[in-house]
Design a protein around this ligand. Sequence first.
Ligand code: ADP
Ligand code: MG
Length: 419
Amino acid sequence: DGVVYAELRRPCRTMILVNPHSGRGQALPLFNDHVQGMLTEACVPYTLVITEHQNHARELVRKADLSQWDALVIMSGDGLLFEVINGLMEREDWQQAIQTPLGILPGGSGNALAASIHHYSQSPPAWNEELLLSCGFILCKGLVGSLDLVSIHLASRQRLFSFLSLAWGFVADVDIESEKYRHVGAIRFLMGTMVRLASLRVYQGRLAYLPAKEAPKLQRGSVNRPPPAPQRPSLCSSLPCRLGPNTSLKTSSRRGCNLNQHAVSNSPNNVITDMRPETQSDRKTTSPVDSLLPGLDQPVPDSWTVVKDEDFVLVLAIYQSHLAEDLWTVPGATADDGLIHLFYVTAGISRPALLRLFLAMEKGAHLACGCPHLVYEKVRALRLEPTSPQGVITVDGEAVEYGPVQAQVHPGLARLICG
Ligand code: ADP
Ligand code: MG
């Protein structure tokens, strides 16, 4: 559908990180049985790295000599890719590092990105080994597209980068509570959902967001500059970032990747304040600027929508099509649509109605259920301020510090092996 891909460099020197404890603890034998032969036949040279502990992959990619690698691939659940992305973004050369093509082979119990990539390839639904084979094939084909990342700020001023989801309430509780059933594989989410339904609760907090339809307004009296370049992947694999149509293909700098694509400020009325091409000194900044977000202690801008409800059953911000192998949460999503798909369910929904939503989600039909408690908005940024004293917030399925949190999308910041 009009998407242009780059191709991986050949031969593609690939680092494959395996979490031997993910899912049912079978990632390594699954790799050996299903993927190894495929990569050998496709002449993909790879080095296998077995992670020894949590954050091992994160530390490894933070320090790795990335000139040695054409792709970083994880064989695990989504949690290991979360480590890799954050390790890359913690580097001083993050802007170059995050252009390393990333791949995923489903070896965990939560394989949302793998299921999404499979879905984007327009293949009929697949699970377990069949999904693994599909993702192995996609890796061998080596087409590279863009991947949106979402920058997430926590109350402690910690900042994370996320490729999948930010969740609070029902979904976050199920994700974390069901980790003890990891040995059953992807079914753990269904089991967790049934258990959580039995003890359904309401979560109090405030939610606000910047709607995606809100076009940046120009400051009165300012120069009428063109809007940021459309975000399309580059055909040329030697230029690792996506270049806008106005960017010369001759320039070897990574200009255009970043600040000037996210030029909407957090000042009143979303005034455009920074349309400069990126300069050398900008490039030394430690990470991309979140120009849509005021400080967490500041009120949200007037252009944001503040949700009236303060009693929720769940809040889920998701930026891929699938939340799990059998949860097709965002029918229209692509890896680089530049959108945060925000769902929330308000209090008052009955248990059967909530269960119906999750069952319908297998076929992506939950929005057609006509449930008045389910709201769906496409947004570019959001803020969530839980007021319930305790709870769980997850980012890409990993529990993070509980408290106020805000996020904004960075369209096409990373690159993904897909298609
Ligand atoms: P799953 O889908 O089964 O949850 P994940 O890839 O999400 O699999 O990994 C689960 C957790 O294990 C993540 O928090 C990840 O950071 C962590 N992890 C990664 N490697 C290891 C390891 N070698 N030992 C223990 N935990 C690990
Ligand atoms: Mg996980």
